[in-house]
Write a protein that binds this ligand. Structure first.
Ligand code: BES
Ligand code: ZN
Length: 589
């Protein structure tokens, strides 16, 4: 046996599943999918086992392409990996059909009551499979090193639309149900399998893009993301032709746990991006960049996650530079650096130095629980260091060859290093690559972004800014992040009166402010903290706000009581991550 991935039962010596035909009936009352998955193998099987990943699936029957029953065993469920579904294949089998039902608490799915949507009338369902949740929806080899193409038919209530991160084929209504057919001809890693069902409308954004959202949200979304064509052009200039035909965006309900998820052809984003100032399009730049760095060239498993996110952060900043100019890109880089330093400092303080390396060791560790900005921003700095060493022109040519070489494939850190040494001989030694890849913390001499606007924000210091200070939300965000903490309550109150941070619709600014206020014991913000925690599900905001409450004994109990009330509305991933955080004793300050 040769495991491909510490988070999968997939075995290198067994047949490869290369395509999926999936039929599923969405049943809102029971919160289950009744489904059939036909898995086709790359070649006719020899007699032997086929191990699949599954979680919470109730298997009804398994048959092969000759109609014969396939013997199988479903092992007991492991906490992180789920249950190994082991099939005994007969000679010459080309495909197997597994009939099953998903669990009501499937980790990839969130079932929303109408009250949890913008419209308030129809229910909503969406999937989020990264990193290892696809197995709770489809039994398969759930590792990024095994790609599949797929066809799907989703049966949903006729009042709703189903969307998939795939190409649309047809919608057929019969009576009170609709069957929506989708097809994905480009092979993708299983974590990119994605769909959503709800009351959805769309607006055109550009030649290859439209935005989908609930009807009351869609016009605001179309305004916010109007710059799609220039962003696609920037991505293609940087990395070559876009391989996925369309780039559509789906604005999710507020409980979506991430800022964005790069599901191919249909990026999912949080509604907190709708800041009414187009300031959050960097998240779109990021998810778009994944079309190349992540979806086309994919990390072989979660231990090499930095190859997905470090490259993509690098591309996000480059695209921002092209679309919004070097000043804005430098501000973004500075915000990223602050978050990185804060995270590295916390990991080192808490004895998790291993999580500050680019190459990680995750056997027995749940990828959701160790998610952090390290692979993003340390990865970005490593690539930026290489860029500075060889010059932008050579780096850009190198990036294109990297993407070309590993196109529709999976990469490990080792493969990346070997490729880089071949293309740019000597560069790894010159930049001290081992310190980046296997060393802890951020190496000395890491590049620092500079710009006039960044200097201006830094020169504001920690004094109360004049009332007519006119900054972009990114600049406010950075200024707030740089404030020492605690600051005095009088200062908090003066800031709060002068600038509308508590009331702003820009969540980046709001949360940066609420964190300063919480750390300073300025309790006037508590109602707003509670409002955010009970209406927004994006973990990037939940985790720091809960942490801020937990860090002071006066507010720790409030954190627990808010969580007890709000948990039912959180996504299963957010719920698990927050539960772990709340269980930990508050870190010393
Ligand atoms: N692929 C990630 C989200 C993700 C990572 C989901 C790991 C599950 C497991 C996505 O591309 C991402 O990085 N989103 C960021 C946006 C950003 C860095 C601009 C987020 O959600 O905040
Ligand atoms: Zn990403």
């Amino acid at each position: 046996m040769a495991r491909l991935d510490p988070h999968s039962y997939a075995d290198d010596t067994q047949p490869k599943v290369v395509s999926l035909d999936w039929e599923a009936r969405v049943d809102f009352p029971s919160r289950t999918l009744e489904a059939a998955a036909t898995l086709t193998l790359a070649a006719a099987a020899k007699v032997g086992p086929l191990d699949l990943d599954s979680r919470g699936l109730e298997i009804t029957s398994i048959s092969d392409d000759r109609g014969d029953a396939v013997p199988f065993t479903l092992a007991a469920s492991e906490p992180i990996l789920g249950a190994r579904l082991s099939l005994s294949l007969g000679e010459g089998v080309r495909s197997v059909t597994i009939r099953y039902r998903t669990a009501p608490d499937a980790s990839a799915l969130q079932w929303l009551e109408p009250a949890q949507t913008a419209g308030g009338v129809q229910p909503y369902l969406f999937s989020q499979c990264q990193a290892i949740h696809a197995r709770s929806v489809v039994p398969l080899q759930d590792t990024p090193s095994r790609r599949i193409t797929y066809n799907a038919a989703l049966t949903v209530p006729a009042a709703l639309r189903a969307l998939m991160a795939a190409g649309f084929v047809a919608r057929e209504v019969s009576g009170d149900v609709a069957v929506e057919r989708w097809s994905m001809p480009q092979p993708l890693a299983p974590y990119l399998f994605a769909f959503a069902v709800g009351d959805l409308a769309s607006r055109e954004l550009g030649t290859r893009s439209r935005v989908w959202a609930e009807p009351s949200v869609v016009d605001g979304a179309a305004w916010e993301f109007a710059e799609m064509d220039s962003m696609l052009a920037a991505g293609e200039a940087l990395f070559g032709p876009y391989a996925w035909e369309r780039f559509d965006i789906l604005v999710m309900p507020p409980s979506f746990p991430f800022g964005g998820m790069e599901n191919p052809r249909l990026t999912f984003v949080t509604p907190t991006l709708l800041a009414k100032d187009r300031s959050q399009v960097r998240v779109i730049a990021h998810e778009l960049a994944h079309a190349w760095t992540g979806n086309l060239v994919t990390n072989a498993n979660a231990e090499h996650f930095w190859l997905n996110e470090g490259w993509t952060r690098y591309a996000e900043i480059r695209i921002t530079e092209m679309v919004e100019g070097p000043d804005v890109a430098a501000l973004l880089a500075a915000i990223c650096r602050r978050n990185l330093d804060e995270t590295v400092e916390r990991f080192l303080r808490e004895g998790h130095g291993g999580l500050t390396r680019l190459r990680t060791h995750l056997t027995g560790i749940d990828p959701d629980e160790v998610f952090s900005v390290v692979p993003y921003d340390k990865g970005e700095l490593f690539l930026r260091t290489i860029e500075l060493e060889v010059g932008r022109q050579r780096f850009d040519a190198f990036a294109k060859r990297y993407l070309d070489t590993f196109r529709f494939g999976a990469v490990t850190t080792e493969a990346f290093l070997a490729f880089t040494e071949g293309e740019l001989p000597g560069v790894l030694a010159r930049v001290g690559a081992p310190r980046w890849v296997d060393g802890e913390g951020v190496p000395e001499g890491a590049p620092v972004a500079r710009s006039a606007r960044l200097d201006a924000v830094e020169q504001m210091g920690d004094a109360l800014p004049p009332a007519d200070t006119d900054l972009s939300s990114t600049e406010w965000n950075l200024w707030l992040e740089r404030l020492p903490r605690p600051i005095s309550r009088e200062f908090c109150s003066a800031l709060d009166q002068r600038f509308p941070f508590t009331a702003t619709g820009n969540m980046e600014v709001k949360v940066a402010w609420l964190r300063v206020a919480l750390a300073s014991g300025y309790d006037a913000v508590l109602p707003e903290v509670e409002r955010v925690l009970t209406t927004v599900g994006r973990m990037k905001y939940l985790v720091p706000l809960y942490t801020g409450l937990l860090e002071r004994t006066e507010t720790a109990e409030l954190a627990r009581s808010i969580f007890a009330r709000a948990a039912a509305g959180y996504h299963p991933i957010a719920c698990a991550v927050l539960k772990a955080r709340l269980a930990k004793p508050p870190p010393p300050r």
